[in-house]
Design a protein around this ligand. Structure first.
Ligand SMILES: [Zn+2]
Length: 78
């Protein structure tokens, strides 16, 4: 159990922000990362297929926040 509480808290806040503005994000079909809507390719896996459906974005944000995975959950990639 080496997860840092601060990081987890930050992820939760980010997820909350995403769920309030899902139209500003989309989900990478390649790795499941959430990226900003204006991204052309995924910063994580360089895929170019995305699902921009708000329901999908929200579900993915909640999943990532809960699971503490290795996938990127951030809009700080501009
Ligand atoms: Zn990806």
């Amino acid at each position: 159990m080496s997860a840092t509480p601060e990081n987890q808290d930050s992820r939760s806040k980010q997820a909350e922000k995403i769920t309030h503005h899902p139209e500003q994000y989309k989900v990478c079909e390649g790795c499941g990362s959430i990226v900003v809507a204006r991204a052309v390719t995924c910063p994580s896996c360089h895929a170019y297929r995305f699902d921009a459906a708000p329901t999908r974005v929200i579900a993915q944000a909640q999943t990532l926040a809960l699971r503490n995975p290795s996938s990127v959950l951030s809009s700080d990639l501009s």
